[in-house]
Design a protein around this ligand. Structure first.
Ligand code: ZN
Length: 561
């Protein structure tokens, strides 16, 4: 009698890596099955798409692994049936102790686990006798948990490395300014900066300089033109002028490190420029500054696609802070966002108003995933992601059907099923080819778009360092990665997250906004978050009632002080 082999696949990252990882896992299972066709027949495959083994999302109700466990507990499998995974980390990246619990649960149902990576079989027997198998499991699950953690801090540690290398003088590892390349002057841009400095010392304002430099760029070489596709702004000019890289120093987040780069100007010119900057600032000679916000341009309307614009309102006076009082003056203005098309002409039905603080919270919760994916060379087209997802899901749907039909046709010799089986087989093959072609074409278009700094981790970190980039630079990085928060009435979502948010209401007593955090496919673990006017999270809870209790205790505490 043949035993059943259940293939389980999980991939947590989105995009191309997901396509690759899935294909790799599928192939190793198919290869193994072919070699062992005399002993095993395939059972319905289980897949968790886009679930993280780190947080246990695949175990939550609705996850395939949870379904598989339930079937095992219901006694659908027999001693000797195999759960086949590529490696132990496909099953879990939970903390080792929790991982052991999961293994125990699986093994107790009578299933054994085969890891294709090292051809190890874990069964109750092998784990109980000898103990080596168990130790092996512990070590491996520990390693995979660590791996997930490391992935999460990857960007941070790369920044650390960059800073360290700057301190030992490896200036080629950092980029401190636009006019530098590997720590040496990049003449095409250095010339522009020299010109800007001389204009500034001759009394021109930064806005006039920006216009002049923008027109000069039109006759520059292709590389410069590619870097500055948009007109230079007065802000960019100001950033050039007060950047200590002009005299070879690097201003890291922590301290100034001298002598990192080839200097562009001498010290006395530098001092002249700095004095001028101070003088003009003191005398308020500043070009008309438009106020931008961290999330400007990153929030969009689901209905019409227009950006949400930030609006600022003077705070409302209150009894405790009457108009004109110090208390009133120290209140921060109220910032909120609306669909710009709705505001302009009423041309959009999306009339919801979102507090800035709530969107800022969503932004902070989602950009790390975006940066990580940029750093991991994942595709940056949302369109592509959608197509791949749809294809992958059709493939697994059809494959599940295929297995059911195959049984009808093999076990019962049903002729109609044979035809359906062949059709389905063809369909799956077709879909796979489509996906293959899509991945290839995406790779191709990525090579051609010339977006150097968006394609790999070193580039993101060393060429356009996130931490060194100002708000404008950061928004550009995010925009190029098609990052956006999409607003549909009271609902918000971001492509870089499996979580959605709903704006609930403002709690007047505690002066907080409430967001509901909704896990996709899993209504049970929703979370409620209270965010105050400063954008700080004041409390989180699993129900609105718990949240309001927490907030009450919190405001009582404040009153006692
Ligand atoms: Zn709209």
């Amino acid at each position: 009698m043949k035993h059943q082999a259940i293939s389980y696949l999980r991939y947590s990252s989105k995009g191309q890596a997901r396509g690759d990882s899935e294909r790799r896992q599928e192939e190793s299972f198919t290869r193994w099955l072919l070699q062992n066709a005399d002993k095993y027949i395939p059972y319905e495959p289980f897949r968790d798409l886009g679930k993280s083994g780190y947080s246990g999302g695949h175990l939550a109700s609705g996850g395939s692994l949870a379904r598989l466990l339930q079937q095992a507990k219901d006694g659908l499998f027999e001693e000797g049936d195999l759960l086949v995974v590529e490696a132990i980390d496909r099953l879990t990246r939970l903390e080792p102790l929790d991982a052991i619990d999961l293994f125990k649960e699986i093994l107790k149902t009578g299933l054994s686990i085969l890891t294709l990576e090292d051809n190890q079989i874990y069964s109750t027997e092998s784990v109980n006798s000898g103990g080596i198998a168990l130790i092996n499991l512990v070590i491996k699950s520990q390693a995979s948990h660590e791996y997930s953690k490391r992935l999460g801090v990857r960007i941070k540690s790369a920044h650390e490395k960059k800073r360290a290398s700057a301190e030992v003088g490896e200036a080629n590892k950092v980029v401190g300014a636009a006019w530098l390349k590997n720590g040496k002057l990049f003449e095409s841009i250095a010339n522009l900066v020299r010109h800007a400095i001389s204009m500034y010392l001759n009394g021109y304002g930064t806005r006039a300089i920006a216009i002049e430099i923008t027109s000069k760029i039109k006759s520059c070489d292709a590389e410069v033109q590619r870097r500055y596709k948009k007109p230079i702004s007065a802000r960019t000019i100001r950033r050039w002028l007060d950047n200590p890289a002009l005299i070879g120093n690097w201003k890291s987040k922590y301290k100034l490190i001298e002598g990192c780069f080839e200097p562009l100007i001498d010290y006395s010119t530098w001092m002249k420029v700095q004095n001028q900057l101070e003088f003009r600032k003191a005398n308020k000679i500043v070009a008309g500054a438009v106020k931008h916000y961290k999330i400007s341009g990153l929030v969009r309307c689901h209905h019409c696609g227009s950006p949400f614009t930030v609006r600022v309102q003077k705070p409302r006076p209150s009894k405790a802070a009457p108009f004109g009082s110090i208390e009133y003056e120290s209140k921060s203005p109220i910032k909120y966002l609306n669909c710009s098309k709705y505001l302009k002409s009423g041309g959009c039905e999306n009339n919801s108003t979102w507090p800035y603080q709530a969107l800022d919270y969503i932004y902070e919760r989602t950009i790390n995933e975006c940066l990580l994916q940029i750093a991991m060379e994942l595709p940056i087209s949302k369109e592509f992601e959608k197509k791949i997802n749809n294809l992958t899901e059709s493939i697994s749907r059809n494959e599940e059907k295929l297995i059911r039909v195959r049984r009808l046709y093999i076990d019962f010799g049903d002729e109609k099923s044979e035809i359906e089986f062949l059709q389905l087989q063809n369909e799956v093959k077709n879909l796979r080819e489509q996906r293959e072609a899509l991945i290839l074409s995406n790779n191709h278009s990525r090579q051609n778009d010339g977006g150097e700094f968006l394609t790999d981790v070193d580039a993101v970190i060393t060429c356009e360092p996130w931490e060194l980039a100002d708000e404008v630079g950061r928004r550009k990085i995010l925009k190029d990665a098609e990052y956006s928060i999409i607003i549909d009435g009271k609902d918000a979502e971001c492509w870089y997250s499996d979580v959605r948010w709903r704006l609930i209401k403002r709690n007047q007593r505690s002066r907080t906004y409430t967001l509901e955090e909704i896990q996709e496919n899993n209504q049970s673990t929703n979370k409620y978050i209270a965010i105050n006017d400063e954008g700080h999270v004041m409390a989180t809870a699993n129900s609105l009632r718990d949240l309001s209790n927490l907030l009450d205790t919190e405001s009582d505490k404040v009153k006692q002080h």
